[in-house]
Design a protein. Structure first.
Length: 288
């Protein structure tokens, strides 16, 4: 009997040794080798994604019991089962995404504050004094023996000088004649008699000097300020009951004036970030 050899197949191999018979899914004549390899890679990626999702589920699940959001989510108590644990509308991953997005939004509101109108009792006026009066005040302040501001053991970068009332038993000079016209104008701005203003606080801000968040403590009542030489950001904030902050900000321009009275003085804190240029100011305060 004579055996007729088989003809080579499409891969160039003969007989039983043909890889087509061993791995038909890699050498399919219908789809081609490239498509088969792509399908194999997709299967590997799918398995890797499932493994990552399983690990994420194990990490996230304990955290869901301690996260507290202010607004309950719809159908929050519905527990996913089976494949719904990993994906789906009520899955753990979906709930964690919604909670994280909500917490980020609330953190942004706390950071930047809610837009609010000017605090009650706060007034601001541009061109409160003339350029000539500004130059006169700056020259007077520069001629004074300014010293770093001291509060207890804390020494600030800004330098100050006081007239009138002083705390902590310090001795200061009475109001000089040159400052009385400005005291009278400040008193009129605040709706007070000039005699009610008990202190003039003169300040020099060198570049980089700030004032941290604070609220003027008693016995001070109303605060009237005059900004000189350069502008600065004047910030106010008030803590809300939910733990966030209401914030208000103005650009205190040179020669401008402001008044803090009532809630703006007693409920709101204020601060000045580090200034970029040399700046002076005159702050008048009343006492009961």
């Amino acid at each position: 009997m004579v055996c007729t050899p088989r003809a080579p197949d499409r891969t160039g191999c003969v007989g039983a040794e043909s890889p087509t018979r061993r791995l038909p899914f890699l050498y399919s004549s219908d789809y081609g080798a490239g498509f088969s390899i792509a399908c194999s890679a997709a299967a590997v990626c799918c398995c890797a994604s499932c493994a990552v999702a399983y690990v994420l589920t194990a990490i996230v699940t304990p955290k869901l019991t301690v996260i507290n959001v202010r607004k309950p989510m719809r159908n929050r108590t519905k527990e996913p089962t089976g494949a719904g644990v990993i994906c789906g509308k009520y899955s753990i991953v979906h709930r964690y995404y919604r909670i994280s997005r909500y917490r980020i939004r609330m953190a942004q509101l706390d950071l930047f504050g809610s837009p609010v109108p000017p605090p009650k009792g706060f007034q601001y006026q541009r061109d409160f004094i003339t350029p000539e009066e500004e130059h006169f005040l700056i020259a007077q302040i520069q001629s004074l023996p300014l010293a770093p501001y001291q509060y207890g053991e804390y020494e600030a970068k800004r330098r100050v000088y006081d007239y009138g009332f002083a705390r902590e038993g310090r001795e200061v000079e009475p109001f000089p004649e040159w400052i009385l016209p400005f005291r009278e104008r400040a008193a009129h701005f605040a709706g007070e008699a000039p005699e009610r203003i008990a202190q003039a606080h003169l300040i020099e801000y060198s570049p980089g000097s700030p004032i941290g968040w604070h609220r003027d403590s008693p016995p001070y009542e109303k605060v009237i300020g005059i900004s000189l030489l350069s502008s600065c950001r004047f910030l106010l904030r008030r803590e809300r009951r939910d733990g966030g902050w209401d914030r208000y900000e103005i650009e205190a321009e040179p020669r401008s004036g402001y008044v803090m009275a009532g809630p703006a003085r007693s409920q709101w804190e204020h601060s000045i970030p580090p200034v970029s240029e040399l700046r002076y100011s005159v702050t008048f305060r009343t006492i009961p």
